[in-house]
Each structure stands twice: as structure tokens, then as C-alpha cells.
Design a protein around this ligand. Structure first.
Ligand code: NZQ
Ligand code: ZN
Length: 382
């Protein structure tokens, strides 16, 4: 184990915490409040933000779409540059927060902001950013990552930079009350797969990372099994905190990480508009079956410690079946059906996009080549 770790995001967790942004953002800042399609106007979050910012100078930018597009975000970059905005407040789910991270970095760059996504520009500074989370799923509120789409070319790419990690994040579970069930399930499964990406690799004997990952998986399983009671303060608070902890960097320190499910999943979203969590549930079971020999020991550990299964020759296979059954119990499909009418063409298109994004060898062992991806897609597409 060897790592350096810090998570500098100040978390304000709990009901009524939106008021804390009044102190969290320096009073002399020129603030741009960034949000999505308007859900925050229906649940009181917008009003609470406006009231907390009553002593600040602020303006707003709305219309950041799910899977935020650079085409939309660049309009906000123009506003930031023109009006000398010096603090961003993202109010929404992962898309709004990721989009705001892009705006933060692109506003401090003179070239085309997309250069950040293709690795042509390394971020060296950004407008400071805070977040008010309304959808627990991605962990974006206290991590360094952002995923942005270029609609015109159907490219969905990510970048990592500590400069765009939010200075603070408000996690008020009451903001989740208006979430449709589909988004709640999406959040739960996304968080679950974030843990898997950092845990279902090879044995590391990292007791803290493994133990915490297993605790998160057991909690998410409990919340999924108890989905009928999702309309409760306790259920909401637990999902919000579990999803945050699943991808705030802690369980991934000093251990192997996979992320192949995410990389392939991003292509499905960019090409076919599949929800992020759906794309993961579609790819992951097939990917685990394809990579079962490298992952056997960890799958067995998960089978015992998360699902309470007994040691047996086919324990790893059983664990994958349990994972898949868990998704089905939440009505989450594990095969892609919306890809047009020609499976071979769809697979070729996905492989072509992965190749153009230089995703030639994926996974903790770099053992998922395009040939393996093709095998995975044969199973994952109906
Ligand atoms: O736009 P509004 O009107 O706010 O509606 C949103 C959107 O339509 C709605 N919503 C959010 N909060 C709500 C609400 N509706 C009612 N009540 C509320 N309280 O939910 C819809 C989906 O929102 P979105 O932000 O797209 O969802 P999510 O948080 O799942 O974010 C997905 C994006 O995050 C990226 C994904 O690729 C995808 O682009 N990811 C980011 C990661 C990161 N930064 O670390 C990691 C993840 O693996 C993921 O890749
Ligand atoms: Zn994810």
C-alpha cells in the first residue's frame, strides 16, 4: 500500500444545511449559480439557495442537461469570462456538478475547453466551486472527476483535477424528496458499481479499503431490499451518505481499480442515450463473467462477506448471479435493447468509439482488450 490522500471538500450534511452556503462562499464573491432543467424550482432548493445568497452578488445559468454537453457549458464559460465571475455554485445532480467543474476549468483557459477532455490542456487553475447535491449517485460533490459529452461527435469523456474539486458540498437529504423512483434506483446502483470498480479486482489484503467497501455494499443492498420504504428521512440520509463515501476517493487508495464497466458504459450513453446507471448494469454482469478468472478471489470474498454465501466451487459464478438478481429486483435491466435493429453494427460502432478514445486495454490488469469487449457486448446486447 502506498498513497497520499486528502479530501479537502467541506461537507455540510443534514436538513436545512443549504443555509450554510451564506458563510461558505466569501461575501465579496461574484457568484454564478448553475443548475439543470428546473427540478430545483419544484422542491424549494432554488428558494433556499436564493435566500442563503441574499447578501451576495449572484446571477444564474440554467439548462445543464443530464450527461452535460460542452455545447451548453461553453455558454456558461462565456458568461463567467465576460462578467468576471469568481465563484461557481452547482445546484443539482452529477451532471450539473460535473458541468460546473468543466466551466470552472475552461473559464481559466484561453483555448477550446474541450482540450481539457482530450488531454491537450492540463488544468492548472480553476474558478472555485461549491455544490448543493440533489441526487446522490456520482460522488462528484466531493471528488476530482467530471464527465462531459460533445454532442456533435457523441464523445463522452472524463477528466480529473484537484483544482475542480468542490470547496464545499451541501448534502441535505430533503432535496431528494422530489426524485423520481427511476433516479433513486439509478443513484443506488451507480454508487454500488463505484464500490465494485474499486473492490472487485484482485486480493490486496488492504483491510480498511476492503472492509469499508463491504460495509458500503451491504448498506446499499439493505437500502435496495428496503426500497418500498424509500420515502423516509433515514432511508434518504443513508443513501446520500453511502453514495458520497462510495466515490470520495477513500476506498480506492492504494488498491487496484477497474473502471472498465464505466468506460464501456459511457459509450452506450453517448451513442444511445442510456441513463448512466443503466449503462453500468448492462455491462457489469457480462464483464464480470468475462473476467471471472482474474476476479475469482474477490468475487468469492464478496459472495461471503456481502451476500452471506458459503464457500463452494462455483461461489464466484453465484456471486455474479446475486449481483444481477439485485439489479433485477430494482427493475434495472442488465441487457441493452435500444441500439437499433442490427446487433453487429451496434457492437462495431461501440468498438470504434472505444478505439477512437484510445480505450484499447481496460481493467485492473489491462486484460480487457477490444476483443474481450466484443465478447462482453455479445452478452450485454439483447
Ligand atoms: O436537470 P434537473 O431538472 O435538475 O433534473 C435532473 C435530471 O433530469 C433530475 N434531478 C436531479 N435532482 C432532482 C431531480 N429531479 C427531481 N428532484 C431532484 N431532487 O435527475 C435527472 C438526472 O440528473 P443527473 O445529474 O444527470 O444524474 P446523476 O447524478 O446520476 O449524474 C449522471 C452524470 O454523472 C456522471 C455520469 O456519467 C453522468 O454524466 N458521472 C460522474 C462521476 C463523477 N464526477 O465522479 C462518476 C460517475 O460514475 C458518472 O460517470
Ligand atoms: Zn458511475
Amino acid at each position: 500500500m502506498q498513497f497520499s490522500y486528502s479530501n479537502p471538500t467541506n461537507i455540510y450534511f443534514g436538513q436545512s444545511q443549504i443555509a450554510a452556503i451564506a458563510q461558505a462562499i466569501p461575501i465579496d464573491s461574484k457568484v454564478l449559480v448553475i443548475y439543470g432543467g428546473g427540478s430545483i424550482k419544484k422542491n424549494g432548493v432554488y428558494d433556499q439557495v436564493a435566500s442563503a445568497l441574499s447578501g451576495h452578488q449572484w446571477q444564474e445559468f440554467s439548462g445543464v442537461e443530464p450527461n452535460p454537453s460542452v455545447e451548453t457549458l461553453d455558454k456558461a464559460v462565456d458568461i463567467v469570462k465576460k462578467n468576471k465571475v469568481d465563484y461557481l455554485l452547482a445546484v443539482g445532480g452529477g451532471s450539473v456538478i460535473d458541468g460546473s467543474k468543466y466551466i470552472a476549468a475552461a473559464s481559466h483557459y484561453e483555448g477550446d475547453g474541450w482540450d481539457i477532455l482530450i488531454g491537450k490542456h492540463q488544468v492548472t487553475s480553476a474558478v472555485p466551486l461549491g455544490a448543493v447535491l440533489t441526487l446522490p449517485a456520482t460522488g462528484s460533490e466531493s471528488n476530482k472527476a467530471a464527465v462531459v459529452t460533445k454532442k456533435s461527435t457523441q464523445d463522452k469523456l472524463s477528466f480529473l483535477s484537484s483544482y475542480v474539486q468542490p470547496k464545499f458540498a451541501v448534502l441535505d437529504p430533503d432535496a431528494m424528496k422530489t426524485l423520481p423512483q427511476r433516479q433513486l434506483v439509478n443513484g443506488l446502483i451507480d454508487a454500488w458499481i463505484h464500490v465494485c470498480e474499486q473492490y472487485l479486482t484482485k486480493p490486496t489484503n488492504a483491510m480498511v479499503q476492503d472492509g469499508f467497501a463491504e460495509a458500503l455494499l451491504k448498506n446499499l443492498k439493505t437500502l435496495g431490499n428496503d426500497f418500498d420504504h424509500h420515502d423516509s428521512d433515514t432511508w434518504r440520509a443513508n443513501l446520500m451518505w453511502n453514495a458520497n463515501q462510495a466515490l470520495n476517493g477513500l476506498i480506492g487508495v492504494g488498491v487496484a481499480q477497474d473502471w472498465a464497466t464505466h468506460m464501456i458504459g459511457h459509450e452506450l450513453t453517448a451513442l444511445y442515450g442510456v441513463d448512466h446507471a443503466h449503462s453500468l448494469a448492462i455491462i457489469q454482469p457480462s464483464l464480470l463473467r468475462n473476467q471471472i478468472e482474474c476476479k475469482r478471489a474477490k468475487l468469492e470474498q464478496m459472495g461471503k462477506n456481502v451476500f452471506g454465501l458459503q464457500q463452494s466451487a462455483d461461489l464466484a459464478e453465484q456471486t455474479i448471479n446475486y449481483i444481477e438478481d439485485f439489479y433485477h429486483s430494482l427493475n434495472m435491466p442488465t441487457q441493452l435493447t435500444e441500439y437499433g435493429d442490427n446487433k453487429a453494427v451496434a457492437i462495431d460502432t461501440i468498438l470504434h468509439q472505444l478505439k477512437s478514445h484510445n480505450m484499447l486495454t481496460l481493467g485492473e490488469n489491462q486484460s480487457i482488450t477490444l476483443i474481450e469487449v466484443e465478447h462482453i457486448l455479445q452478452q450485454a446486447l439483447a
